[in-house]
Structures are given as structure tokens and as C-alpha cells.
Ligand binder design. Structure first.
Ligand code: ADP
Length: 409
């Protein structure tokens, strides 16, 4: 909401509040009738004046309540100080930020309010300069929240200052996002740098003619090739993640035969034969179809089966089991590998998170696979769960809704 919208009801109210102030803070305009009585009012009858004042009173009450409702429903903290440095209005959020109750401070002079909160100190630093045009913004930390506070002199239509306004906006999530962006860029640069350095080092040695036997040359060429694959996979993951986070990934979902789809993915994921493993697929003959984007759900499954393979020692067992429960399809990827500790489980879906465990570090990876998998599954209105025990193995489960209870022939 724009400041001008917030101030509109306040501006409407200003002449009335000035009027009230001139009457020695009289709480009710009706008390003015006696004065008007004595002066006479262009021959108008008392009844007429009384009814006009009653109407004005109602309008004033209506405007105040409308104005208070508006500012209480804002997501920012607001405090308004009038031209004689008294607190004219304060909303709920600002009450909480200052730890003050509006009943205690409303209409009080700013210097009479006992508050040693940093926002209040900021107000005290500026309220005396009411005659000058002040527009100040500062970032202040209150507890664990980062606040951006803006103090502004309010200028009436005739060009005179009529008070000041302080708005406090919680920018904690904005700050965290900025910090995450910096961390993300530093991670990406680091992840890009290490394969590039390896590729450069190895090719330089080859070019200088330092390698004189064919076997070592092949070994070097292999390393360069693997590092190039690593780079390509990182770039692919980053592109997918950016698309998902920008909201520009449009899934092209279609009703898919579950059994056929899983069997194909299982075949692709297990045919790479990186190490000797016991793979097993358990899937009922009749499973309802899934409404999925085959390409992206394929990325998720290949990633989970790939992780199971990476983090399970040779001759371990990897089982993919599909089951239908109520209105859900569950795809379990179970391994007998190194497992994940209880402390690590809450972090494994974070971008770039990799366990510090030596058995994890010796495997290639960037810590992006599970972050992408989670987001893709959630875009399918599903969820991804994990149960794991250190040293015993892990079970990742994709839960997807069944949209149509029929079987594709
Ligand atoms: P990457 O495998 O590239 O490191 P992921 O995002 O796929 O990244 O996984 C994040 C982390 O979760 C891994 O580094 C590892 O610590 C842990 N992890 C994932 N899958 C398994 C698994 N099946 N067994 C043990 N640890 C796993």
C-alpha cells in the first residue's frame, strides 16, 4: 500500500483533530455547543447546531475508526506524531515493536513516553526537526528482526508541516534472501572453479609434452572427460533450479502408465553399472496412472537411484518398490548404504548441502540433486520423505496423488 493511501483518511481527519486540540483536548465536540450558544451562530437554532455537531462527531468517529482499521491491517509498523509532537496514532505492529500499549502513549508528548527501544531512539533523534523537511531511512535490528525504518515529515496541501510519520518494515526475509544469494554465488563459483582448474592443469601437462606414455595420457584424458561431465551436470542442475525458483518451469504433465514408466527409469538408472550392486524392482501389475511430467519425474528418480548407488558400498542392495495406498502412489528407493545421521536429515534437501563424512566427500556431487528433486515433486503436489539410519541404509519415498482411479490399457 502506498503512503498516500495510508495518509488519505488521516488528511481528512486533520482539520477535525486540530479543532479538538484547540478546545483544550475536549474529548467530545458536543461540549463546544455551550460556547457556540453564547456567541450565536448566524441565527441558527440550538437544535440545528447540535444536530450538525452530532453529525460531525459521528463522521469524526467513523474516520478515526476507518483510519485505525487501515493502519492496523498494514504489515508495517506505523506511528504518527502530530505537529505538537504528540502521538496521534500507532498501529498494532508498532505497539509490538516498541513494546508499548497504545492506551498508555496515545496523545502523550513523544518525550514523555518511557521507551528505550532503538526505533524510539530513532524517532527522538528526529522529531524536533518538525519545521525542517526530514526524510530519513535506517536499518535497525530489534531482537532477531531486521527492520528498515523511514521517518518522514508530513506536509499538508498548504505546504506546512503537520506532523511526522514513522514506518518500520520487517526486512528480515529480504536480508536472508540477499545473504542466500551471496552464498549461492560463492558456492557456484567454487564448484565451477575446481573442475576448470583440474581440466586446465591436466591439459597444460599434456600440451607441454610432459606425458610420455600412452597409458598415463589416457588416464589424464579420462580425468578431463569426467571433470567436463561434472561441469555439464552442475550447469544442468543450476539451469533446472533457476527455472524452478523463477517459477518459469512449466511442467508438461500427462497421464502416464506407472508400471511402464518406472520400469524404463529403473532400467536406465541401473544400466550404468558403475559398481557391482544388487538391484531389485517391486511393482504391482496394476497401479493407477500418474499425472506427471515424465522428463522431470525421470530426473528425480534417476537422481534418487543414483544417490542410492553412490552412497552404498559394492554388493549392497538397492530396491525400488511401488505401492498404492488410498489416494496416493508411493515410490520407495531403499538402499543398504552408509545412511544419514539424525542431525543431517533436516539439511539434505538444502541447496549445496553435502555431508562432511569422508564416504560422501569421496563421491562426486554438488549437493543440488535432492534440492531439485524436492521442488519437482512439490510441483506435482507430492512430497518426498526420508527415513535413514547411519551405517544401515536409507529409504527415500516419493508420495504422489492419484488423480484418476483407472488403468491405462
Ligand atoms: P550430492 O549427492 O550431489 O552430494 P544431493 O543433493 O543428491 O547431493 O544429496 C545431498 C546429500 O544428502 C549428500 O551429499 C549426502 O550427504 C546425502 N544423501 C543423499 N542421498 C543419500 C543416500 N542414499 N545415502 C546416504 N546419504 C545420502
Amino acid at each position: 500500500m502506498r503512503i498516500s493511501e495510508i495518509l488519505k483518511p488521516l488528511k481528512e481527519m486533520m482539520p477535525l483533530t486540530d479543532f479538538m486540540k484547540r478546545t483544550d483536548n475536549a474529548p467530545n465536540i458536543l461540549s463546544e455547543t455551550s460556547l457556540i450558544d453564547k456567541r450565536g451562530d448566524n441565527g441558527k437554532s440550538n437544535d440545528e447546531i447540535n444536530s450538525r455537531l452530532r453529525l460531525t462527531n459521528k463522521l469524526l468517529a467513523y474516520n478515526i475508526s476507518k483510519f485505525e482499521t487501515v493502519i492496523d491491517n498494514l504489515n508495517d509498523g506505523i506511528i504518527i506524531i502530530d505537529s505538537s509532537s504528540r502521538i496521534l496514532a500507532i498501529n498494532h505492529i508498532m505497539e509490538q515493536l516498541l513494546g508499548l500499549n497504545r492506551g498508555e502513549i496515545k496523545d502523550k508528548h513523544i518525550s514523555e513516553c518511557a521507551c528505550n527501544n532503538e526505533i524510539f531512539t530513532f524517532i527522538l533523534e528526529h522529531y524536533e526537526s518538525i519545521d525542517k523537511l526530514v526524510e530519513k531511512t535506517a536499518d535497525i535490528n530489534v531482537g532477531s528482526s531486521n527492520l528498515r525504518v523511514s521517518y518522514k515529515t508530513l506536509i499538508r496541501g498548504d505546504g506546512n508541516a503537520c506532523g511526522s510519520l514513522l514506518i518500520a518494515r520487517d526486512i528480515t526475509s529480504q536480508k536472508l534472501a540477499e545473504q542466500a544469494k551471496v552464498e549461492f554465488l560463492s558456492h557456484v563459483s567454487h564448484e565451477l572453479k575446481s573442475p576448470i582448474n583440474t581440466i586446465k592443469g591436466y591439459t597444460e601437462m599434456i600440451m607441454k609434452g610432459e606425458i610420455d606414455n600412452k597409458e598415463t595420457l589416457m588416464e589424464f584424458a579420462n580425468t578431463v572427460n569426467e571433470e567436463a561431465d561434472r561441469l555439464a551436470s552442475l550447469i544442468n542442475n543450476l539451469l533446472n533450479l533457476t527455472k524452478i525458483e523463477r517459477g518459469s518451469l512449466s511442467l508438461s504433465k500427462s497421464m502416464t502408465r506407472t508400471k511402464e514408466f518406472i520400469e524404463n527409469i529403473f532400467k536406465t538408472a541401473t544400466s550404468q553399472k558403475k559398481k557391482p550392486m544388487n538391484y531389485e524392482l517391486i511393482i504391482p501389475d496394476k497401479v493407477p496412472p500418474m499425472n506427471i511430467d515424465k522428463e522431470f519425474m525421470g530426473i528425480v528418480l534417476i537422481n534418487l537411484i543414483g544417490n542410492a548407488t553412490k552412497y552404498t558400498p559394492e554388493q549392497g542392495r538397492i530396491t525400488v518398490r511401488v505401492e498404492e495406498t488410498g489416494d496416493k502412489i508411493m515410490i520407495h528407493i531403499i538402499d543398504t548404504g552408509i545412511g544419514i545421521s539424525d542431525e543431517e536429515i533436516p539439511h539434505i534437501f538444502e541447496k549445496f548441502y553435502r555431508s562432511a563424512d569422508e564416504q560422501v566427500r569421496k563421491q562426486t556431487g554438488h549437493g543440488l540433486g535432492l534440492a531439485i528433486a524436492k521442488q519437482i515433486v512439490e510441483l506435482h503436489d507430492g512430497e518426498i520423505k526420508v527415513i535413514s539410519k547411519r551405517g544401515e541404509g536409507s529409504q527415500f519415498t516419493i508420495v504422489l496423488p492419484i488423480e484418476e482411479r483407472y488403468f491405462l490399457e
